[in-house]
Design a binder for this molecule. Structure first.
Ligand code: ATP
Ligand code: MG
Length: 396
């Protein structure tokens, strides 16, 4: 028995569905995480009610995936995913079921899920429903496909990435038969939309043990069918754990010696991810040949610098490491954080020099920026004026 599982709002949703004569249970990740003693994220609910029936019961709902049977119920300030029990027909494209069929039996719904540990359900009374030995697998730290593993990966090839993702996130072992099936079916991964692979990799990178997933990617040969993956997965493993998924992507790039644009294309990364990878790549290239400069601290955000330094430590044993405290201090000590913080404008230079404005103003503003950054003058109009007139008259 699991007393008082779920949130008050989630329990209210189940009560309301039951009151109308339907079945409803908490299912999936929240049950798994609870049994592992971890805080659960989303308390998803599965129900025998069809989407229209769910919508008739609750005043406030959002259609988030009606075709797949999912309705978002908004209640007491919470948004709860309620999904109709369903089975999936055949999968001729290895990624989408040809049809989704709503059913009235929880057993059928649980059987279409990927792994035993993800097919556990809890009733409002606190009864654990465990039809596939998921609890035992949780205790053993085992990821095991439900039913015939090869068939399950053949239906939806993304499940292979999900297997290694859960290995990283939970630090679990993948059952040998399931591993074997991945080796057999890995080529099907190319039918899967890269966005779905990417979303699983984001979770994989921030898991407690990404190295484990990398080892499985090698062991099952799955890496050969990933869009881009380094040959040297042992070194990649050494760069883990990662504080953010971005750090994971940067490591994949650095260890595999891939270019940032290549990474962006292969995994359809977002603009923010693209910017980050380009910045890390630039910084790494410079760091390979020299220590950090004031310009580096001025140019790159702290997260880029930290990820770069972490990679330098792991991948360039000859380079002298710099402590994160020292890096923070050097960033903090910068006299300005951007050009906008300069206390002078182009118009000031024009009036001081008594020369008409032109290309020279921009060039001199840049020189002033650099002079302030290097402490040759302080960021104060009078001080800058003195420095500027001296230099300007000398050069012009
Ligand atoms: P997380 O805590 O990382 O969100 P999760 O188990 O909740 O993990 P989701 O991707 O949110 O994972 O999926 C919710 C549930 O839906 C899973 O627990 C599993 O039962 C089922 N599921 C998700 N994706 C698949 C899939 N590709 N094939 C079969 N079942 C799946
Ligand atoms: Mg989830």
């Amino acid at each position: 028995m699991i007393q008082h599982f779920g949130t008050a709002a989630g329990r209210k949703v189940i009560s309301a569905l039951e009151r109308e004569g339907y079945e409803a249970v908490f299912v999936g990740g929240s049950v798994r995480d609870h049994l592992l003693g971890k805080p659960a994220k989303d308390f998803d609910i599965a129900t025998s009610a069809e989407p229209t029936e769910v919508k008739a019961i609750f005043p406030s709902t959002v259609d988030v995936g009606i075709a797949h049977g999912t309705v978002l119920v908004l209640i007491d300030g919470e948004a709860i995913e309620v999904t109709t029990y369903r089975t999936e027909g055949t999968y001729s494209d290895h990624r989408h079921p040809d049809e989704v069929r709503f059913v009235r039996s929880l057993q059928e719904d649980l059987a279409r899920r990927d792994f035993t540990i993800n097919a556990l359900a809890v009733t409002l009374e606190g009864e654990l429903i465990d039809l596939f030995g998921g609890k035992n697998d949780l205790e053993q730290g085992m990821i095991r496909a439900i039913g015939e593993a090869a068939e399950r990966f053949n239906e939806d090839a993304l499940r292979m990435i999900r297997a290694i993702r859960f290995a990283a996130v939970l630090d679990f072992t993948i059952d040998e038969k399931t591993c074997h099936a991945i080796r057999e079916q890995k080529a099907l991964l190319r039918h899967v939309a890269v966005e779905r692979i990417k979303a699983e990799m984001d979770k994989l990178f921030t898991g407690v043990n990404p190295g484990k997933a990398f080892d499985y990617a090698v062991h099952t040969q799955l890496r050969e069918d990933l869009p881009l993956f380094p040959q040297d997965s042992t070194t990649l493993g050494k760069t883990a754990p990662y504080e953010t998924a971005l750090e994971g992507w940067a490591s994949l790039m650095a260890v595999g010696n891939f270019g940032p644009s290549e990474m962006v294309r292969a995994y359809k990364l977002s603009n923010r991810e693209k910017q980050f990878l380009h910045a890390v790549d630039d910084m790494m290239e410079k760091r390979k040949v020299r220590p950090y400069t004031v310009e580096d601290f001025y140019t790159y955000p702290m997260d880029v610098l930290i990820v770069c330094e972490k990679l330098v430590r792991k991948l360039m044993p000859g380079a002298e490491p710099v402590s994160f405290e020292e890096m923070e201090r050097r960033k903090c000590d910068l006299p300005i954080r951007s050009k906008a913080e300069l206390t002078v404008r182009g118009s000031d230079l024009i009036s001081w020099a008594g020369v008409r404005g032109g290309q020279w103003t921009g060039e001199w503003l840049q020189k002033i920026e650099s002079a302030v950054l290097h402490g040759k003058c302080i960021n104060d109009p009078d001080d800058i004026k003195g420095w500027f007139l001296n230099e300007f008259n000398r050069e012009e």
